[in-house]
Design a protein around this ligand. Sequence first.
Ligand code: DGL
Length: 250
Amino acid sequence: MIGVFDSGVGGLCAYERLKELLPNEELIYLKDTENAPYGTKTRSEVLSLTKKNVRTLRERGAEHILIACCTASGLWSELTDEEKSISTPIIFPAAAEAVKAAREAKAKNDISSILSGKGIDKEIGSDGGLVAVISTELTAKNHTFKKAIEELDPAVSVCEMGAQMLVSLVELGARDGILFPRESALLDSICKDIKASGASALILGCTHFSHLKEEFKARLGEIKIIDTARLGAEWLAKKCKQEFTKLGQK
Ligand code: DGL
């Protein structure tokens, strides 16, 4: 059995993807609405909620747990070895995808600069390109994605933006294609800032924002949208399938 948790409806995007990829696996979802939102809490508060959720899901029979919350996943390294061994933080596949996107965009930009006779443009981000991350307040404050990306490639620059307000709007029902004018205007203004940053990719660094993926896509045009919830679920499903194959071979 796999347990999945988040403070609210964000992690459901990962849960649904897991269900598609592992149809025969039993899944349970823990929605910690009682303590939501996580993004406005302190590091130590979110760490103790994370530990509590891991414990609860384990007691309910989960053999593995997907931390389908970027805010909680950012504190994964502070869990005990035992807690770490049964849990997967959702953030790393998105960080890896962002590095790939930044490198590709940088290479494309360099080629067109050379072809136009301008030479390589050192002004676009750093040498490794630029990635934007939109997340909860705590994820931005902890530089969760920046640190993960730096570990993979220190040449990639990261522009972090907290958008806690969007978490509440998604909890209240904002979804792709279902937005009040006020919500749409807020997204317009966030996307204007993202475009102005010059980033080649945007990480949806809070699982709640996966519910608005198409809205981001429609506003951001060429900027690649990286869906942390989906990629994290796919990563865990792959790990599980490899485990099943190994068990089958025994
Ligand atoms: N969905 C969560 C995340 O990915 C938490 C949002 C919140 O509770 O603030 O960070």
